[in-house]
Every structure is written in C-alpha cells, then in structure tokens.
Design a protein around this ligand. Structure first.
Ligand SMILES: Cc1ncc(COP(=O)(O)O)c(C=O)c1O
Length: 387
C-alpha cells in the first residue's frame, strides 16, 4: 500500500486531547465528534456549579451568548445574525413558520437531504406548500442545471444540504445561492455535515439561512444548534414558532403581546439547553483553536488517499470522485454495510453505515496511521465490499 507522505500534522498535534484514541481508531465524526477532555470538563463545570451554587441564570444566559459568538465565528457571521437553537430541525421549523406560501408556494430541495429537512418541508403542505425534490445524478453529484430548472417565480425557498450525510457529496453553495437569487428565492443551507471540517463563510456564499448543530465536526453535544439569518434578505420574516427567549426583552415576562427580537434571536424559543451549551462552547472553541481551514486541508489529504486506495483495491466509492465535490465523509459501497461496520468494530475501528454505504469520516484528530488501519481492515474484508 503506498504510504501517505505528508499531512498537515494536525492529527498528531492534538490527538492527546481525545482519550478515545487510547482504545479505538475513531473515524465516525459524521455521527458524533470524539469527546475532548475539555468538553468533558465543561459538562462537569455545569454540574459543579449546579451542586455548589444552584440556579445561576445570569451566568447561564451569558453562556448562551458565548456559544452564539463561537457559532458566529465558525460561520464568519455577526453574533446578532445567529440564533442558538436546540437542533437544526428547530431552526428550519422556525424559518418555515415565517414563510407565506400563498404567493410563492414551492419548496425546492434535493434527494441528498437529511430526513428532517424533507419532513419539515412536507409538513408545510398543510399550509399550502408544494415540495419539489431534485434528484442527484447516479454518481451522487447534484446537477446545477437540473436544480436551476426547478426554481422559478413560484419558489418560496430553496433548501439544500452542503454535504450529504449518506454519501459525502458536497454541493457548490455559492453557485446555488446565485441560481436561487436570480430567481428571487431565498436559500437555506444545512451545514451540519460540513461545519468544523469544511470552511463555511456566510459572507462569501451570500446565503440567506444556515442551520446546523454542535455534535459532529464541532466537537460539542446533542441538544444545541444554530440558525444564521441574513439580516438584509430575511429581516422581514417573522416566525410563528416562537417562545419567551425570542422576545425583544427576555426579562419583560409579558403575556399580553408577541414582540420578537429584531435580530436572529427572534428564531429562538424556550429555555436554552444549558448543559449542551457548556459542552458546545468547549467543543467549538477547541475547533476554532485547532483551525477549521487547517483541518479541512488535513482531512482532504487523508480522504484523497483513502479514496485512491479503495479504488485501487477494486472497491466502489459512493462519494463523488472530484475532490471539490467531497465533504469530510467518504462513503464506500458495501454488500452488507452493517456487517462491515461490525467487522471493523471487531478491530476497534469505529465507523458507521447509511444507505448501504460504509461511512468513514476523518477529522482533525485522525492521522495517516488511522487510514492505514481502516484500509488494511477493508482489504481483509473485501468479501463485504461492492466491486
Ligand atoms: C445533514 C444533517 N442535518 C441535520 C441533522 C440532524 O438534525 P437535528 O439537529 O435536527 O437532529 C443531521 C444529523 O445527523 C445531519 O447529518
């Protein structure tokens, strides 16, 4: 097997901060990022303060602002344009509730979406929406011409994922934003499978909404997510899915009116998820310290090598062949993906399966030796690969 000569060295530098590598080759960041020592300490800090001081609302609200600032830095956005949510779904639901489907009634989305996205848009059929799914091509690349053909002056919103959770296909968000805007439609992007391992820059891509969460490449926890809302293009949209943390003044405790914040906080709802917020601050700040651009370069090199070697051994990669159309996740076609995951687990290698594919998702903490181990495990289990 040809060796990988050089990575950016990220993996070796920071590996010791993730104890799971003492026991496992962890390659499943597309499901959940590895637990960092500092993230575990953050959960402890929450519990310690609860035990020693009890309810600390002032501090907790401050923590919500700190995680907002951290998410904003990941997205290259101003904190006022970011809502702290409890999931990506919560963000999309709040956006959906603000749309009026009486004039523009179609939602254009793709076959590459996470189920929650399709389900939320189909739920809007009760409010008059019609959902159009544009299918990816057989190689899992989304044709921009076909997408453009589905967007017109009936389109209320275009909703796409940046990276597909099933096969790692990555979309050209800047081009899609241009196509949507030329036709007068806003664009919502689900960056869950990208943020942390792929640069996301809301200024450069000129998107209208972005949603995601903390538990994968941002090294945080389930239970907390974010919604970016472009103030210039979405400022007129007011959600009807709401709660007291969306109020213009959360201390007003007013039951006689609905007066949401003018900034992106208007898309929030009830009590913020404080324990996951503690964990997310530690995870996201660690990721920012490690560097997302540097990580993207490192992961890209590991994945280029992985893809070449899988093809060389006669395997089939479901992720598009063009590196610019790949996210941090590489999907390998398997005859029995669940069994293959188990066979790798028997060798203490952690991966996952979706849609008949084995998912291998390196991150900042992985190094060439991890890829070497997964490749030799695939060699040994070639009977379970599609060739
Ligand atoms: C692309 C993508 N979107 C959304 C989600 C999850 O969304 P939520 O935070 O609503 O559970 C996932 C989780 O795996 C995902 O991969």
């Amino acid at each position: 097997m040809a060796g990988l000569v050089s990575t950016t060295g990220v993996g070796d530098d920071i590996r010791h901060r993730f104890p799971i590598f003492e026991n496992r080759v962890y390659l499943n960041s597309c499901s959940q990022g590895a637990l960092a020592v500092s993230v575990r300490s953050a959960y402890d800090a929450y519990l310690d303060s609860l035990e020693t001081e009890g309810s600390q609302w002032g501090r907790w609200v401050g923590q919500a602002e700190r995680v907002r600032a951290a998410f904003a830095e990941v997205l290259h956005a101003h904190p006022d344009t970011v809502a702290v949510t409890t999931s990506a779904s919560a963000g999309v639901n709040a956006v959906a509730s603000a749309l009026d489907f009486s004039k523009r009634d179609t939602v254009v989305t793709t076959s590459l979406e996470f189920p929650t996205i399709g389900q939320i848009w189909h739920a809007q059929e009760r409010r008059g929406a019609k959902v159009i799914h544009v299918s990816a091509e057989p190689d899992n690349v989304l044709s921009l011409d076909r997408l453009a053909g589905a967007i017109d002056d009936r389109t209320a919103i275009v909703s796409v994922t940046q990276v597909c959770y099933r096969n790692g296909s990555r979309l050209d968000i800047e081009a899609i934003a241009r196509i949507a805007h030329e036709r007068g439609a806003p664009l919502l992007v689900d960056v869950y499978q990208a943020a942390g391992a792929v640069p996301v820059d809301v200024r450069a891509s000129e998107v209208d909404f972005v949603v995601g969460g903390a538990l994968k490449y941002l090294l945080g926890s389930p239970g907390v997510g974010y919604l970016y809302a472009n103030p210039t293009t979405t400022g007129h949209l007011v959600p009807t899915v709401t709660g007291w943390f969306a109020d213009e003044d959360i201390n007003a405790m007013e039951i006689g009116r609905y007066r949401p914040a003018r900034n992106a906080r208007r898309f929030e709802a009830g009590t913020p998820p404080i324990p996951p917020i503690y964990a997310a601050i530690a995870g996201v700040e660690l990721m920012l310290e490690i560097g997302i651009d540097r990580t993207a370069e490192h992961v890209g090199r590991l994945n280029d090598w992985l893809v070449d070697e899988v093809i060389a051994m006669g395997g089939v990669v479901a992720t598009p062949n063009d590196p610019s159309l790949r996210g941090p996740l590489v999907a390998v076609r398997a005859a029995d993906a669940e069994r293959l995951v188990q066979r790798l687990a028997d060798r203490r290698i952690v991966t996952s399966a979706r849609d008949g594919n084995l998912r291998i998702s390196p991150h900042c903490y992985n190094r060439a030796a991890d890829i070497e181990q997964v490749l030799s495990a695939l060699h040994a289990n070639r009977d379970l690969l599609v060739s």
